[in-house]
Design a protein around this ligand. Structure first.
Ligand SMILES: Nc1ncnc2c1ncn2[C@@H]1O[C@H](COP(=O)(O)OP(=O)(O)OP(=O)(O)O)[C@@H](O)[C@H]1O
Ligand SMILES: [Mg+2]
Length: 306
């Protein structure tokens, strides 16, 4: 192997080398403009305002003595679109994003997580990259909950994170579905705090409709499906509607009953919402939910094969 020339050793690491180094902490992605999540009106408006703020010239905001907010946290139940939302923001801004799975940093660098957090931020500062700390609860657990030796490491990480968040001048976003255990000092460091809740009826309808494509399902039927999925997360709705689509192809091959009641009975039997909060009617009261579906226009038209 040829020795590295001294001139190369003295050169500062290239941007590519820094990007490479960042990859040890997570997944470096160039998000593309995929479909945005369907959000309840308050979050949609808050997001709209944030996007406008981020694209407003700094001088304009400086007129009133403020800067655009570069630190944000999304919380809310699992499967409501927090991770998807962050991808959408990075794509709209045209910036690369480092998705840091907090649990990975915590487990990969046992006893050194605090140092690694500092290194991660130092690297991110030199590269224009959005830091996205997904599942932040794995790193920033409330200090009062941290006892024992694991807890001491946890405290060090929280302190390191606090310092880094204060100093960092790039974009840092985070997501959690455990707001209750996030250290409050960390929580306060995020200037934008958005709760991405379960969809309201109108949004639920739109989500059912989006994931019914390319089947052509009547709006009356979409409305009924949406009603029996009340309280379901968008991720669960997506799962159910993918099952509906799959069933339209597989069911006839098995000579199964293709009535809407039979289709949803099969789906209810082969999927179950996570055990948290109230179950949607399809699982909580299956017989009345299926009876409610029975009158809906069905079956949907299949798209023509290409
Ligand atoms: N609001 C939404 N509108 C449309 N699709 C959604 C929405 N929320 C989630 N989905 C779909 O559900 C799947 C899971 O979403 P995502 O991973 O963004 O949820 P999350 O809130 O980050 O969940 P977790 O808390 O478990 O990390 C994705 O495939 C996404 O497309
Ligand atoms: Mg997520």
């Amino acid at each position: 192997m040829k020795p590295t020339p001294l001139s190369d050793l003295l050169k500062p690491p290239s941007l590519d080398a820094k990007l490479e180094a960042l990859k040890q902490y997570g997944d470096l992605r160039m998000p593309d403009e995929s479909e945005p999540p369907i959000l309840n009106p308050p979050v949609r408006e808050a997001l709209h305002q944030l996007m406008l703020e981020l694209s407003t010239p700094p001088e304009e905001l400086a007129l009133v003595g403020v800067k655009a907010r570069l630190r944000g946290i999304f919380d809310g139940p699992p499967g409501t679109g927090k991770t998807t939302l962050m991808h959408h923001i990075a794509a709209r801004l045209g910036l690369p994003m480092l998705v840091v799975e907090a649990a990975n940093v915590a487990s990969k660098y046992v006893n050194q997580s605090a140092e690694q957090v500092a290194k991660l931020f130092a690297l991110a500062r030199e590269v224009d990259v959005v830091l996205f700390l997904d599942e932040l609860d794995a790193l920033a657990t409330n200090r009062s909950d941290n006892s024992g030796s694991v807890g001491q490491e946890g405290n060090k990480v929280v302190i390191a994170l606090l310092q880094m968040l204060d100093r960092h001048d790039g974009m840092v976003f985070a997501a959690t579905n455990r707001r209750d255990i996030i250290d409050p000092a960390i929580w306060r460091r995020f200037q934008v705090q958005m709760t991405v809740d379960l969809p309201e009826p109108e949004q639920r309808f739109a989500i059912v409709k989006r994931y019914s494509k390319p089947l052509d399902i009547d709006d009356e039927t979409i409305g009924r499906i949406s009603a029996v999925l009340e309280g379901a997360s968008p991720a669960l709705i997506k799962n159910v509607m993918e099952s509906v689509r799959r069933d339209q192809i597989i069911g006839p091959k098995l000579k199964q009953d293709m009535s809407i009641v039979a289709v949803f009975r099969r789906i209810a039997a082969s999927s179950a919402p996570a055990d948290e909060g109230d179950q949607p009617p399809l699982w909580a009261r299956p017989e009345s939910a299926l009876a409610y579906l029975a009158d809906a226009p069905w079956p949907p038209a299949l798209p023509k094969a290409a």
